[in-house]
Design a protein around this ligand. Sequence first.
Ligand SMILES: C[S@@+](CC[C@H](N)C(=O)[O-])C[C@H]1O[C@@H](n2cnc3c(N)ncnc32)[C@H](O)[C@@H]1O
Length: 252
Amino acid sequence: MIFADPPFNIGKEYNNGQSDLLEQDHYLDWCRLWITESVRILKPGGAIFIYHLPRWAYHLAAYLGEQEMDFRHWIAVSMKGTFPRGKKPYPAHYALIYFTKGAPKTFNRVRLPIPTCRHCGKDIKDYGGHRKYLNPAGLNLTDFWEDTSPARHRKEKSRWHINELKPMIPERCVEISTNPGDIILDPFGGGGSTYVTAERLHRFWIGTEIGPCEPIVERFKRDFHDQTRFKSIPEELHRIRSPSLCEISIAG
Ligand SMILES: C[S@@+](CC[C@H](N)C(=O)[O-])C[C@H]1O[C@@H](n2cnc3c(N)ncnc32)[C@H](O)[C@@H]1O
């Protein structure tokens, strides 16, 4: 599986010596390059998720279609705290495009806890007398994700100018399209959200990041300081545990 959260080409400072404000054609050519390579290395049945602004995502989705990838979904990930610009509707979602190389090898149904009020603990929605028929394992994940606000600003986030995702976003993609022991590539490491998710869920992971990798290293030290947690995983998975930080490399 490949999860890609590329620079959005909106002039953000990533502290990596690269411009995040290219001419449209130049930017799209660059995207086509890494998409072509991603498609090449993906195994049959593998999935690719690309997180982007709808403005760019529709170009990338069309290109994936031209690469004979199978369209699975356009997931809307709710965007908060934005402002309307120009003669356009108020932007309220990011696009998470989801394609597979042929029929998906894995599709796991992800379930979410039934939403309750954080003050009174009661259900937020009225299920019209059908509450008792809901699956106790939770509600089916839909193509509209509204519980994924951006990652909180931590000290290191502002220091390194990383545009970090809430890990729930790569986490759901990992859960939907892979099983323990599968391999995940994220070509745009940033703060390492995909890598920590993969590690936690016992998948292999490979990453590249053109800017500083220290935030990823620090995050791993922080999140995985207690290695004893691995004692709880089944014996057969010890063998295939992610090789961790040795997989971080600098991409050109
Ligand atoms: C939007 S951020 C990714 C954030 C990441 N998903 C997270 O949650 O931590 C995009 C990252 O891509 C990196 N990047 C840009 N061009 C790159 C390239 N050619 N190779 C590898 N990384 C690149 C940037 O330095 C930046 O850290």
